[in-house]
Design a protein around this ligand. Structure first.
Ligand code: SF4
Length: 250
């Protein structure tokens, strides 16, 4: 659970482990064990909702599929769980309050469009050219940035649902103003609502660190000057090893 004053958000997992091996993510360093069944995913949400009611006397307001695993590689179970979460017999939550985040499986992004889903989509971009993205996200070899731009446009044509880009800032890797300029170019090719800049949590396996406040500010200001709707997401949950990119059993 990610609690703030206005929101109580559940960050849920779709798989145990992950097969995509992103270099900045602890989950990527453990093998994928299996997909979660739809009722296991639903139970995550129900249990977190119970905690939210108990601790904050408030129901969950949002759900993000940003925990362990790639949701679009467990497509059937994720969609079935969301059907149950949004059903009047389940939690009756609006699909507009649910975001599915993908590392970028172009074929399945298109399928989401064809299935006319009602939830929001987030693409974990994290690098604004193929060379850099290939270095940190091996999935980029088969799903390059151009194929993802096309798939997102296809998704939007069918659904008109909100699209966001997720971009973790890594010191001296993707945080220069040249990177920001490349990011603006990608943003302009997709009807995206927002770029979420994410503060990186260093993990023991990876060589990355987070940039200084000044560099983060400069990157953000460049995007704003170029009329990008941008937000900085501060990291939560580091104290319990549950922050973004840290999910793995010790
Ligand atoms: S960032 Fe997501 S897709 Fe990449 S290895 Fe981690 S859990 Fe898998």
């Amino acid at each position: 659970m990610i609690p703030t004053e206005e929101r109580k958000t559940a960050c849920v997992s779709s798989q145990i482990g992950c097969s995509l091996s992103c270099k900045f993510c602890t989950t990527g360093y453990i093998d994928k064990k299996r997909n979660l069944e739809f009722d296991e995913i639903y139970d995550e949400v129900v249990l977190i909702n119970q905690q939210s009611e108990k601790i904050y006397e408030k129901k969950l307001t949002n759900i993000v599929f940003m925990g362990m695993g790639e949701p679009l590689l467990n497509y059937k179970n994720v969609l079935k769980a969301i059907e149950r979460i949004t059903s009047p017999d389940g939690l009756a939550m609006s699909p507009r309050r649910i975001t599915v985040s993908t590392a970028g499986v172009a074929k399945m992004i298109r399928k989401l469009g064809e299935d006319r889903v009602k939830f929001k989509l987030a693409l974990s971009l994290h690098a604004a050219n193929d060379k850099k993205r290939h270095e940190i996200m091996p999935i980029n070899d088969t799903n390059n940035i151009k194929s993802l731009i096309d798939a997102l446009n296809y998704f939007y044509k069918y659904t008109k649902n909100e699209i966001t880009f997720e971009y973790i800032l890594f010191d001296n890797f993707n945080d220069s103003l040249e990177d920001a300029a490349e990011l603006v170019k990608i943003y302009r090719q997709v009807p995206a609502d927002l770029i979420n800049l994410i503060e990186y949590n260093p993990i023991e396996f990876a060589r990355f660190t987070k940039p200084s406040e000044e560099k983060t500010e400069a990157f953000m200001r460049f995007l704003e000057k170029n009329k990008v709707n941008v937000r900085l997401r501060r990291s939560r949950g580091k104290d319990i090893d549950a922050a973004c990119g840290q999910l793995a059993n010790k």
